[in-house]
Design a protein around this ligand. Structure first.
Ligand SMILES: C[S@@+](CC[C@H](N)C(=O)[O-])C[C@H]1O[C@@H](n2cnc3c(N)ncnc32)[C@H](O)[C@@H]1O
Length: 301
């Protein structure tokens, strides 16, 4: 059954329900978790298993000594901030860790008192829900297409692309060799090498890869990992090489925000066209709407 047929069938069923029972039925449809198993799939289960493997290979904060600048930038935030990787830890995982005392959602306002305030969280990866939204609702059918994830870190965008899209080649470019090794271990264990390739490189050495890509994904790539002059240089390189007409660029945050504090000569209106996104199509339970709204989609003109 396609969507219009299914919609007609649901409406016809609702019309057949006794009028006084209808509100109860509608409330159940809106709030019940009985539909969860229809929405989650075997692909979700494999991604969760990958996340579990990665959790066992990383410290809880999922940051490495080989990224001192990222650790320093996290510690310099104006509000107390912790890194919790959203691909590795969903809300249930965070709750369990908080119960075990291994993680906290709050910090102490004055040491020794019971006064606390919420910590700021940042994630250096997309969550599984965000990946599903990206591949199933934001991007078109990717059959035969090439996806490039700039700064692939744990490989979340690569693994999401493998299971939630039909992209023929999915490239991850990551400058940190330790993260590349982690991605390679997963690619080998789950036999994903027919469609996923991981390159340990600075994206600024990958002109032809960017020139040939149909979709380029950039989730907060440079801000926490490069100083401002390197960020500016990298964005100039991206804007000079992501040029294939009609190809798509996904960014978090939007380009205006990413470029706002940088000295760059990039004329957005000559490079990209912003594409509106419908955030209401995504019905997953407990979805972080704010996180989805950070995702922007552009078409190269
Ligand atoms: C926020 S993470 C993005 C993770 C992943 N793309 C995702 O969405 O789940 C950014 C990653 O980009 C990498 N990175 C930063 N600058 C880079 C560059 N010039 N070339 C390659 N990788 C870079 C960092 O090492 C970091 O692992």
């Amino acid at each position: 059954m396609d969507f219009p047929e299914a919609r007609r069938a649901v409406l016809s069923l609702l019309r057949g329900v006794r009028a006084r029972e209808r509100p109860r039925l509608l409330r159940w449809m809106r709030t019940s978790s009985d539909f969860d198993e229809l929405i989650s799939s075997n692909d979700d289960a494999v991604l969760k298993s990958i996340a579990e493997d990665l959790r066992h290979s990383l410290p809880t904060e999922a940051m490495l000594n080989s990224e001192p600048l990222a650790i320093q930038k996290l510690n310099q935030q104006t509000k107390p901030t912790v890194h919790i990787d959203a691909f590795l830890y969903d809300d249930d995982c965070i709750d369990s860790l908080c119960k075990e005392g291994k993680m906290s959602r709050n910090f102490c306002l004055s040491c020794g008192s019971h006064q606390t305030a919420p910590l700021e969280f940042i994630s250096h990866s997309f969550s599984i829900a965000e990946l599903k939204f990206l591949y199933q609702h934001v991007l078109p059918d990717l059959t035969g297409k090439i996806v490039v994830d700039v700064g692939s870190r744990l490989g979340a965008v690569l693994f999401g692309g493998y299971f939630y899209s039909s992209a023929s080649q999915i490239y991850g470019v990551e400058m940190n060799a330790d993260f590349c090794h982690l991605q390679e271990v997963i690619v080998a264990k789950y036999q994903l090498d027919d469609r996923i390739k991981v390159l340990n490189a600075d994206i600024c050495t990958q002109a032809s890869l960017l020139q040939n890509a149909d979709v380029v994904v950039m989730n907060n790539v440079f801000e926490y990992f490069l100083d401002r002059s390197e960020q500016a240089r990298s964005w100039e390189f991206i804007s000079q090489n992501v040029r294939k007409k009609g190809s798509l660029l996904v960014t978090v945050p939007c380009l205006e925000e990413s470029l706002s504090d940088l000295q760059v000569n990039i004329q957005l209106n000559h490079w990209v066209e912003s594409m509106p996104l419908d955030y209401d199509v995504f019905l997953e339970e407990d979805i972080d709407r704010d996180a989805l709204e950070q995702i922007s989609l552009y078409r190269i003109i």
